[in-house]
Design a protein around this ligand. Structure first.
Ligand SMILES: Nc1ncnc2c1ncn2[C@@H]1O[C@H](COP(=O)(O)OP(=O)(O)OP(=O)(O)O)[C@@H](O)[C@H]1O
Length: 332
């Protein structure tokens, strides 16, 4: 099996300086990325999914040569980044989260023609390459307006267009849909899928589990600088087969009710929230495999004068996978 991207035992330490009143500045070491390894196959979309501060951006910055790893190795198209950085880094195009590297006082076309020239596409070649990219990022109609007038989604497209100019086989995308409205996010996801169809190898980071699930062939879930699970979205979700998630909307809720529900033998996990819009109490119960708990729940609700308004059994999501491994929510 040949891999286009290989990360071996990558580690990144930062030295944090803390100023203390009347005391010397304290230095502390922070391990943002701790000994992570993964391989990405040619033509694969590989998602790095994790909460804020998990180490996703730091990983992408190491892969793109913007940060030097404290330890570990990176191979891009079998070239060791440490040994031959210039040759290796020719294989990637990177878009960092909130990319500000395009010129807002130029149009998208002017920006792309400028970057095309930097990559050695001159005159007609540059114009041709720009036109090709504008088509790819679906921005032809508005290509001759100033970037400063664009929406966040359009600016993100220009940043992606810039990363595509050199036609590198690997594209690194850090939080590509961050801050975009749902329609713009959907458009960008379609563009990313088209890139995969063209044979590009893509690594994207995201903290949106739906995005990781929708786009990725394989996902590495990262938390606290460590990869805690790595597989296809389907297999990650299947690995949770032992629990079924049942959501109840109910009329009354109390600490006594919660305590009694938690005493049901085969409840693995119980979450409660109040829906202020609908003025309803919601409980979500993870039930251990093969042990029906619905009868027990109904009895307890009954004795606590709480009526069921609705009930549904929920599909497992990557959020559940994350919760199951770490005991916390991905969104927090
Ligand atoms: N240059 C730096 N100096 C010191 N600490 C840093 C630096 N860059 C990142 N960190 C720290 O490393 C950890 C990982 O940050 P990173 O940006 O990689 O996370 P992330 O998963 O991309 O999250 P987010 O989506 O919030 O950016 C955080 O604790 C962050 O504060």
């Amino acid at each position: 099996m040949s891999f286009t991207v290989i990360a071996e035992n990558l580690e990144k330490k930062f030295i944090i300086k803390k100023k203390k009143l009347f005391k010397k500045t304290e230095k502390k070491e922070l391990k943002a990325v701790k000994d992570i390894s993964f391989q990405i196959k040619k033509g694969e979309i590989f998602g790095l999914l994790g909460p804020n501060g998990a180490g996703k951006t730091t990983t992408i910055k190491m892969l793109s040569g913007l940060l030097k790893p404290s330890n570990g190795k990176i191979f891009l198209n079998n070239i060791d980044v440490n040994k031959e950085p210039l040759k290796a880094l020719k294989n990637i195009g990177t878009v960092l989260a909130g990319d500000r590297s395009v010129y807002w006082k130029l149009t998208a076309r002017e920006n792309l023609e400028y970057f095309a020239a930097l990559y050695g596409y001159n005159g007609k070649e540059g114009k041709k390459r720009t036109q090709y990219i504008l088509n790819k990022i679906d921005l032809e109609d508005r290509a001759d307006e100033l970037v400063e007038k664009y929406s966040t989604g359009m600016k993100q497209k220009v940043a992606l267009g810039k990363a595509l100019i050199p036609d590198a086989p690997v594209v690194l995308l850090d939080e590509p849909t961050l801050g975009l409205d749902p329609q713009a996010a959907l458009n960008l996801r379609k563009i990313i899928l088209n890139l995969k169809d063209e044979g590009k190898t893509i690594l994207l980071t995201t903290h949106y589990m739906e995005e990781a699930d929708f786009l990725s062939d394989r996902i590495a879930i990262i938390d606290n600088g460590e990869i805690i699970a790595i597989d296809t979205p389907e297999k990650l979700k299947k690995s949770l087969n032992e629990t079924k998630k049942i959501k109840f909307k109910i009329t009354n809720y109390s600490k006594k009710l919660e305590k009694e529900l938690n005493q049901i033998k085969n409840i693995k996990n119980l979450m409660y929230k109040y829906d202020a819009n609908e003025e309803k109490h919601i409980i979500i119960i993870h039930q251990n495999n093969g042990h029906e708990i619905i009868d027990d729940v109904l009895n307890i609700l009954n004795t606590n004068n709480s009526k069921i308004l609705s009930m549904n059994i929920k599909e497992t999501t990557l959020e559940d996978v994350f919760l199951n491994i770490t005991g916390k929510n991905l969104k927090n």
